[in-house]
Design a protein around this ligand. Sequence first.
Ligand SMILES: *Cc1c(COP(=O)(O)O)cnc(C)c1O
Length: 296
Amino acid sequence: MKVRTDFLCELNQKKIWLRREDLIKEKVTGNKFRKLKYNLIEAKKMNSKAILTFGGAFSNHLYATALLGYINGIKTYGIVRGNEWKEKLKENPTLINCVNNGMTLIFVSRDIYKKKNNCAFWRIIKLNPSKFYIIPEGGTNELAVKGCSEMLDKNDNIYDVLCCPVGTGGTISGLIKSSTINQKIIGFSALNYNNLKSDIDKHTNKKKWELNNKYTFGGYARSNIDLISFINNFKKKFNIQLDPIYTGKMLFGIFDLINKNQWSWGKNILIFHTGGIQGIEGFNRRQLKKGLSCIM
Ligand SMILES: *Cc1c(COP(=O)(O)O)cnc(C)c1O
């Protein structure tokens, strides 16, 4: 699959390109398409009647799973963190979209959600796990990493630095796996999570990568006025939409480091726009409720 690459600008002798995974021609865009691709093939191969997965109430992964399930004629189930959302479903565009695409949502409290890797969990929610093709939260497993490794090919060797946002680490693992020895991969964490490095090490032996935790803006789905302004200005300047959870934080970080002369890696930078645009509507609703500024 050929994905467009946009040249953004030259800044302090660094050339910056953006790989537009957000424009993938499938109905599901971004890295969530990459992560689900081989899982869907596997679910079909195993003749699974349904796919079951997990996520927060604004999860790009739940959204993508519902949509891809619908397109491929496979029933989907989503375990949603936070049972308060059962009553507030109508306020949540992500969950409404999941339901409209045929996903059955099961709402559980945060405490029960934490137990999702225990056998007791299935008794509590009264489902038999052996009846489902189960994909973990965030969609990261071996097949997801395989899908993400296809984001890079040998023609990309002209870039010496590759950047992507990091949540569970599946996307960066795929990039690391298919990178060459001339390339360095920098992941920008969207949240503060300590085991990320060892999670990534489980998927690859390569060592030419690092994580930057300086641009989490306080944690997952946290933001501030500087980040929102950056995203809005970026759109004005380049006519490209960034999301506030992942790609906005990463691009803020990259521009900040280069502007402050703290960019110590290569000169030809390829940045992966991993999508996530569906989350903006829900994000803006939360911002409005709090009287905070919105993404334009
Ligand atoms: C899920 C997501 C990520 C993080 O991907 P991981 O494989 O979990 O690290 C990055 N960007 C966007 C837009 C996402 O939706």
